[in-house]
Ligand binder design. Structure first.
Ligand code: HEM
Ligand SMILES: *[C@@H]1O[C@H](CO)[C@@H](O)[C@H](O)[C@H]1NC(C)=O
Length: 373
């Protein structure tokens, strides 16, 4: 065909045609290398495929934790605790104090780390996770981050988190005092995160996690008390509800790290309250209200950093494709809890007004606790 064209066309047309061929050829080369990159291998289970064979080992782990740790794929207490554990293992990293970060030290050296004051209650999920690690060929550091990412995928509205495989077992426990406490000042929280490589915007992005969270140990008389009214949905309500004016409900208060909350049955951490109001972080806090996609994007990015703190990423395999795509949230709109209005918002950001929200219908209600699992 080329011959025919060259015979019948002027040289100018031929040059144009040759150029087109060259473009087509280079496109074909690009496409071919793309195909090589995304070539999938069949896993030995005969069911799954993966871009990297090493990721195949994660499917049985996922099936096991979904069925036997997360009660068939819920976004319940064990998911919440597993997400908290990703943080408490990883934040054991400091440019100045040492610590191996997301290395599984909180499980390998659980005798030491679960006794740290900031890790109160973490022993529960540590002991629950241990048998899963024992029956699969996976390091504790990988398991903690994998369980967190799979667990979060059960929460409607969550982003699909990244997961990189290949954390070697920790060789030493984390130093104490690296995990922030709810009674810490904003200055000390910002300093602690900076010493692990996170800026103030990333702190707030990470605190999206408190949208699927409850406290058992801050106020031990009311275990399972959630931080927002929708603890099973990864929505932006945490950023709305922490900004509401607080009330001291009977039987609450007086605990270290706890401040007045807006609704009966909801618990507000002093740290969340302060970060929502401090001039260094309040506009970041408010910026997530009703901004589901922004929250997902920034939480995902910050979690990707957290999950590999202290690790050599060049030695790890990207197995993110194994993490399920989370279901979308039932309601995308941020709202005010029933019976409240915009006067209940304690405006803190000086440069932008809080988004106008509508209250859920009906009278003021209380928030139900997260059942223990
Ligand atoms: C300033 C930083 C932070 C402080 C002071 C803090 C403090 C706390 C406290 C006191 C609790 C309640 C524990 C209990 O009594 O059972 C809690 C729960 C939780 N935290 Fe944080 N946290 C911080 C950051 C984070 C981050 C970065 C994540 C994850 C990325 C996270 C995830 C969670 C989750 C999911 C829970 C709920 C656990 C459950 O429901 O069982 N937190 N946090
Ligand atoms: C914090 O770091 C993120 C990620 O590197 C960056 O996009 C953001 O602009 C930074 N924010 C501040 C306040 O420095």
């Amino acid at each position: 065909m080329l011959d025919k064209v060259s015979l019948h066309c002027s040289s100018q047309h031929y040059m144009a045609f040759a150029h087109l061929l060259a473009v087509l050829f280079s496109l074909a080369v690009v496409r071919q290398s793309d195909a090589a990159l995304t070539k999938r291998v069949a896993c030995a289970d005969g069911i799954h495929t993966a871009t990297n064979e090493a990721c195949c080992a994660l499917f049985p782990v996922m099936d096991d934790i979904q069925a036997n740790l997360f009660d068939g794929g819920e976004c319940g207490e064990d998911v919440h605790e597993s997400l908290r554990l990703t943080f408490h293992d990883a934040i054991g990293f400091s440019f100045t104090e040492g610590g191996g970060g997301a290395d599984g030290s909180i499980i390998i050296f659980s005798d030491i780390e679960t006794n740290f004051h900031a890790n109160i209650g973490i022993d529960e999920i540590v002991e629950e996770q241990k048998p899963f690690i024992a029956r699969h060929n996976i390091t504790p550091g990988d398991f903690i981050q994998f369980a967190g990412a799979v667990g979060v995928s059960n929460c409607p509205g969550a982003p699909q988190l990244e997961f990189l495989l290949g954390r070697p077992p920790a060789t030493a426990p984390s130093p104490d005092l690296l995990v922030p406490e709810p009674f810490d000042t904003v200055t000390s929280i910002i300093a602690r995160f900076a010493d692990a490589g996170f800026n103030s915007s990333e702190i707030i992005a990470l605190l999206s996690s408190h949208t699927v969270a409850a406290a058992d140990h801050v106020d031990p008389t009311i275990p399972g008390t959630p931080f927002d009214s929708t603890p099973f949905t990864f929505d932006t309500q945490i950023f709305v509800e922490v900004q509401l004016r607080g009330t001291l409900f009977p039987g609450t208060g007086g605990n270290q790290g706890e401040v007045e909350s807006p609704l009966e049955g909801e618990l507000r951490l002093q740290s969340d309250s302060s970060l929502a109001r401090d001039s260094r972080t309040n506009c970041d806090w408010q910026s997530f209200v009703g901004e589901q996609v922004k929250m997902q994007t920034q939480f995902k990015a910050a979690m990707s950093k957290l999950a590999v703190l202290g690790q050599d990423v060049s030695q790890m395999v990207d197995c993110s494709e194994v993490i399920p795509v989370p279901p979308p949230p039932v309601t995308l709109e941020a709202f005010l809890p029933a019976g409240l209005d915009m006067n209940d918002i304690e405006q803190a950001c000086a440069t932008a007004a809080f988004p106008i929200l509508t209250a859920q219908p009906g009278p003021v209600t209380s928030v139900a606790p997260v059942p223990p699992s």
